[in-house]
Design a binder for this molecule. Structure first.
Ligand code: PEP
Ligand code: MN
Length: 344
């Protein structure tokens, strides 16, 4: 819908607008009001270039799009009935839990094996373990290829599907070759469109699930959903959206907790939402409350960092990881809240 910044377009302006939309196979239908006339674009109005050219005209106030720009991720798309199943859970039917260490320590694999067993015991459906890590400081531990073997060994021992972050195409290939079940796109890479495309292409004919974190710098929700659309466009719709806190931080927390965007996402997209409270608040003490808030806001699941002995962990684990005991209590409370929300 085209809204001019005058009450109606002049004949010359209408001719210019009509010529632009005709290039994209559309027509203009004026809707004449007593004071103001607005102009409907009849046809597929999703072409960015057409919208940009119209928005660039000095006499246009704005364009209100009726059609969603997300052909696949929109709540009204044909994919809306798609369901994602992993670790024995169909998202939306039961509270879905991803849990495990931020980072696998390749020098101490036994911690990860013990954590893996404890995650299973606590009721996790997917085991997370950072193999390659995006670290702010280039001198911090960056991850290790050996950790991929440790992750897959933990999968064999527990039977839990595993989740790991990939940051480039070579890690993507290695993770898929090893059999990683869930690929995590981290907050730093959620706006890396070439990586999103590479992931979409690589998982196109697989059952792999992609956990797409919300970037620290994403503004409008449409930016988050568009990132998912990049992956879905290649054919695999197993995409989960993961709010994990944004920037600037809320003083005292690691990031600005953003679990409250869940109902807004659900109005626009069918994609399940799994909130990561660990990176959002950044301190083990605050994680349970944030996890419960996420469930209250309608999250389909939680992604929580946990470690059998947080003080012996590396990466975020000493600060953020829950002990198995606290994780078990948090999951139990989150399930109660889930049931309450569902009216069960
Ligand atoms: C992580 O999951 O350990 C991680 C680095 O997450 P994020 O990309 O959300 O910072
Ligand atoms: Mn982490």
């Amino acid at each position: 819908m085209i809204l001019p910044n005058t009450n109606r377009l002049t004949a010359a302006q209408l001719a210019e607008v009509t010529a632009i939309v005709a290039e994209f196979g559309c027509k203009i239908q004026p809707i004449i009001g007593t004071v103001r006339t607005i102009y409907a674009i009849v046809g597929d109005e999703r072409d960015e270039l057409m919208i940009n050219r119209l928005e660039g005209l000095s006499y246009i106030d704005r364009i209100d799009r009726i059609q969603s720009p997300f052909k696949l991720m929109d709540r009204r798309s044909d994919l809306a009935s798609h369901r994602i199943t992993l670790g024995g859970v169909t998202l939306g039917e039961e509270l879905f839990i991803i849990a495990g260490q931020c980072t696998i320590d390749p020098k101490n694999p036994n911690y990860f094996y013990e954590t893996a067993a404890a995650m299973k015991e606590a009721g996790a459906h997917v085991l997370r373990g950072g193999v390659w890590k995006p670290r702010t400081n280039p001198y911090s531990f960056q991850g290790d290829d050996k950790s991929l073997e440790i992750l897959m060994e933990a999968h064999r021992r527990t039977g839990l599907p595993v989740d790991a972050e990939v940051m480039d195409e070579s890690q993507l290939e290695r993770a898929l070759a090893a059999g990683v079940h869930m690929l995590q796109v981290g907050a730093r890479n959620a706006l890396n469109y070439s990586l999103l495309r590479a992931i979409g292409r690589a998982v196109a004919d697989r059952t792999t699930v992609v956990l797409l974190k919300r970037s620290l710098h994403m503004g409008p929700l449409s930016e988050f959903i568009s990132a998912a659309e990049y992956i879905a466009a290649f054919g695999n719709p197993n995409i989960i959206l993961c709010p994990r806190g944004t920037s600037p931080t809320l003083d005292g927390y690691r990031n600005h907790p953003d679990e409250s965007i869940t109902p807004l996402l659900k109005e626009k997209t069918w994609a399940p939402v799994v909130v990561d409270p660990s990176h959002s608040v950044g301190k083990a003490l605050y994680v349970p409350a944030c996890a419960l808030a996420a469930v209250a806001y309608g999250a389909d699941g939680l992604c929580i960092e946990a470690h059998v002995s947080p003080s012996h962990g590396i990466g975020d684990d000493p600060k953020q990881a829950l002990t198995p005991k606290v994780l078990t209590e948090t999951i139990a409370q989150a399930k109660q809240l889930w049931a309450l929300r569902r009216g069960k």
